[in-house]
Design a protein around this ligand. Structure first.
Ligand code: NAP
Ligand code: HSE
Length: 430
């Protein structure tokens, strides 16, 4: 049994999250040591650029550009991966696990794509693999689902799990800001991914819901299983119409267990203004979990940014250090023991918001309503506004219907000569 009073850490990355980890481990060192009875010491830090200003006071001798100085160092017990990216990084992490080092990561891309392989390596090396910060930043949701809610059959997990897009939608709704300006703000605040298209196209949230669904339903859900739509088509018109109808637009990640299979999707969603998620603003995230025993639970907090994310990373490091000295790694391991089918998106049900530009003449609404009726889609409400000249804008809300019925109806409606464009279709929940 390894008995240590000092646990040494190799930190991979000193960007937004890495800087936060460094700050918490140095600024809160005394209390951290008292809480776990161990001293945590960062021995080496991997970066790309040795000369960059890091915004923290760090001994330049600790910095390296050579991964081998960390993963081959027998003194280093825990490797903390906050670099981002997948291929090269997966190799680093697997090598660390194969060398018997526990790994803490914030990398949802890698966990969502290679979870199986990573857990197998951790088990083989008798190491911990912790990834609390990979979903919903500072909100403790992974440990909560794996441990505190372990007695339940989870029926649903859904919520706002991307800070960047929530920040952007909040600013666009409250201040009428334009898309590009608010994206730049989110980047400046350290919320966005290195490639922010992964935030705005919904892929970051998709990776997170894949991780949550895998844990919730004990079956491996990967990014390829997730239906993904981002926020790039959301316009000020959609936000204004949603508001007129009593809704707010949020990007939701949704995973539901059903008899026919697991539903797992990410898309912009109209939710009623009084829904608890409607007041989750800025970079905050919120995750709902419904278990058969516990009922509804909701977890709220900052989903991105330096210190909130580092809060989750450092707590993982503390657990890994405790496990190491007690020689009990692997307590939280892979729980994907089932192989459940994914429900095709066409089979899922929703209400829908449809915005269409049509010819402003008698009979147009009736002809559109007829197509919807033929495809078993019934309409709940309609707004019509005159646009310029001969064009009118129609906003329709449907009753709940199957996705494939709605898509079939839209394909036919697009063929109608009176329909000029359908700029947006958004699902409605709640
Ligand atoms: P970041 O600000 O871009 O920082 C990345 C750091 O890693 C930089 O210090 C960079 O070095 C270093 N790095 C990247 N690739 C490297 C390589 N191949 N070799 C050596 N060093 C390399 O990224 P971040 O926002 O901290 O995000 C890091 C990870 O945390 C990502 O997986 C992200 O998805 C995840 N995450 C981020 C947040 C957030 O709010 N930002 C929240 C949750 C999870 P240089 O500084 O020298 O360029
Ligand atoms: N880019 C991510 C977000 C960081 O905006 O939520 C946290 O995972």
């Amino acid at each position: 049994m390894k008995v240590k009073q000092v646990v040494k850490i190799g930190l991979l990355g000193l960007g937004t999250v890495g800087r936060g980890v460094y700050r918490i481990l140095t600024e809160n060192a005394v209390n951290i040591e008292r809480r776990i009875g161990l001293k945590l010491e960062i021995k080496k830090v991997l970066v790309r650029d040795l000369n960059k200003d890091r915004g923290v006071k760090i001994d330049p001798g600790m910095l390296t550009t050579d991964i081998n100085e960390i993963i081959n160092d027998p003194e280093i017990d825990i490797v903390v991966e906050v670099l981002g990216g997948v291929n090269k990084i997966l190799d680093y992490v697997l090598r660390a696990l194969n060398n018997g080092k526990s790994v803490v990561t914030a990398n949802k891309d890698m966990v969502a794509m290679h979870g199986k392989e990573l857990f197998a390596a951790a088990e083989a090396g008798s190491c911990d693999l912790f990834f609390e910060a990979s979903v919903a930043g500072g909100i403790p949701i992974i440990r909560t689902m794996k441990q505190s809610l372990a007695a339940n059959n989870i029926e649903q997990v859904f919520g706002i799990i991307n800070g960047t897009t929530n920040y952007m939608l909040t600013k666009m709704t409250r201040e009428g800001s334009d898309f590009d300006t608010v994206l730049k703000e989110a980047q400046a605040k350290g919320y966005a991914e290195a490639d922010p298209s992964s935030d705005v196209e919904g892929y970051d949230a998709a990776r997170k819901i894949a991780i949550l669904a895998s844990i919730a339903f004990n079956t491996r859900v990967t990014l390829d299983d997730v239906y993904v739509e981002g926020i790039t088509k959301i316009s000020s018109e959609d936000i204004a119409y949603a508001s007129e109808l009593g809704y707010i637009i949020k990007l939701l990640g949704i995973a539901k267990w059903t008899e026919e299979g697991i539903e797992v999707r990410v898309h912009p969603t109209l939710i009623p203004r009084e829904h608890p998620l409607a007041s989750v603003n800025d970079a905050f995230n919120a995750v709902f979990v419904r278990g058969d025993a516990v009922g509804d639970t909701m977890f709220y907090g900052q989903g991105a940014g330096e210190l909130p994310t580092a809060s989750a990373v450092v707590a993982d490091i503390m657990d890994a250090a405790r496990d190491l000295v007690r020689n009990v790694p692997g307590i939280i391991g892979c729980t994907c023991y089932d192989n459940k089918p994914i429900k095709p998106m066409g089979e899922t049900k929703s209400r829908f918001y449809v915005r269409a530009l049509v010819s402003d003449k008698p009979g147009v609404l009736a002809s559109i309503a007829l197509v919807f009726g033929n495809k078993n889609v019934s309409l709940a409400s309609v707004i019509q506004k005159d646009e310029e000249g001969s064009t009118a804008e129609l906003v329709l809300i449907t009753h709940e219907t199957k996705e494939e019925n709605l898509q079939d109806a839209l394909a036919d409606i697009r063929q109608l000569s009176c329909v000029k464009d359908i700029p947006n279709v958004i699902r409605v929940e709640g």
